[in-house]
Write a protein that binds this ligand. Structure first.
Ligand code: 5GP
Length: 133
């Protein structure tokens, strides 16, 4: 069965997209730990990040770096943190989160954001990412 992220890639499930290339997609996490919590995925459905073929592993990380640079311009923070968990969704994803203190990267904590707020934030991030090299 296709993963929930493959369904997003195929447009069967909506997402708040922030960036896309031929092989990668970035969108806002549906249950954000902090505002601006982004997931970067390869479009190819692979469960475990260290099983990715070399070229896609590198491409995904370069893509995540580009997204992080745009994200940092929109969400005030000290640094963009990166985490890979993959326990809930068996489709590789890199979490990007704007961090202002160590405790901000806490998967036990979530912020409430409306669909309208998520859509507006995604549009701002998308614009900033587009302007990155
Ligand atoms: P992990 O697999 O790394 O433990 O967590 C999966 C992440 O995917 C969670 O942060 C969760 O909120 C997010 N997520 C799960 N289903 C969806 C979905 O349908 N849309 C979006 N945008 N995020 C999702």
């Amino acid at each position: 069965m296709a993963s929930i992220f493959t369904k997003i890639v195929n447009g069967e499930i909506p997402c708040h997209r922030v960036a896309e290339t031929d092989h990668c997609l970035a969108f806002l996490d549906i249950n954000p730990v902090v505002p601006g919590h982004v997931l970067c995925i390869p479009k190819q459905e692979v469960d475990y990040i260290f099983d990715l073929p070399d070229d896609l592993f590198v491409e995904l990380h370069l893509f995540a770096r580009r997204v992080a640079r745009g994200l940092k311009q929109v969400c005030p923070c000290i640094k963009i943190g990166q985490a890979v968990v993959g326990i809930d969704v068996p489709h590789v994803h890199i979490h990007l989160m704007p961090l202002n203190k160590p405790g901000d990267l806490n998967f036990g904590h979530h912020v409430e954001m409306s669909q309208e707020e998520l859509a507006a934030l995604a549009a701002r991030i998308a614009k900033a990412v587009e302007q990155q090299n």
